[in-house]
Write a protein that binds this ligand. Sequence first.
Ligand SMILES: [Zn+2]
Length: 356
Amino acid sequence: MNEPRPPTAEEQLAFLRSLQRLLDEGSFTSSYKFALLHAIADLCIRKGDDSGAELELSTSEIAEQFVRLYWRQVAPFVAGDDKRVLRQNTGQTATVVRELAERHNRYQGSLAELERSSADWGDVRRRVEQTVRRMPLWRLQTVGSERLEFLYENVDVGGVVRLEPGVAYCFRAFYPMVTDMIEGAWSHFVQRRNPQLLGQVVELRSFLFGSRRSSLSAYRPLLRDLQHGRCFYCENDIKAGGDVDHFIPWRRYSLELGHNFVLAHKGCNSYKSDLLAAEEHLERWTERSLVYRYELEEGFDERGVLHDWPATRQIARWAYRQVHQAGGQVWVQARELRPLSDDWRQILSAVPHAAA
Ligand SMILES: [Zn+2]
């Protein structure tokens, strides 16, 4: 086998063109294909690397991402006096939507609760996985009568897909743009299938995919305790309130896992905006997750906040590498930015120096 190599500029362009064709020309009778593409992009961040190598994904991993994507969407949508779960397909209610809507109701919207009930969680994952294998997986790359097999080989059976060399690289390199394309197409699709409910609605996309304005205030007391009432960035006291900030900015990757939240002054948060934080902040952040490992996890569990430190760190590594490769800058304080140095690698290296 050849050594992996990053795709050339032309190959990257070809990838984007094919993806665009898939979204423009593919026939979509349900939103599963959008979810599948989104899930693959997410898994490339969580599992892939930038070598250009192929990447193997199991259908159970894809199913888990499916659940995360649809969980928010199966909440009843309210428009005036009408309150219903949005349609995601033509014909009967899509299996994944039906299965998840029922659990959403049963667990009052808490995905963490569902994940803790191991029998039900196993059951729902299995059902979703069956659907993934039966429906979108081997049909995704069909465009009219043409097969556009640029992501993986269509073998039509089985529980594993092997992403072609360069695919994980491209999903990682263009993640914000690619997910933007997918979410835009998905939103249009849902809008068209729910005309009575969504005729006048403009906030559909933030309902489906969340918004950085979503309320994070539930995490404030926990973070306030852990940070001794101080701002995560400038380390001065926070007199009242304070903003719950996504350490890895929401705009770059909607990482809603517990470790990604820090408490900061409104001012510090707004200066930081969509930038990555400088190395000294990054170091403080990784240290916090080690030093307060048990307090954090216990606090997250008590409040029903999902958490997964290895996945969170993996996503952080991706985000910093992206900025580093682009020769980008990071946020230090107030209006001060500086180019990202090489230190982020060491800080985010897999082996913690002070594992408790
Ligand atoms: Zn501050």
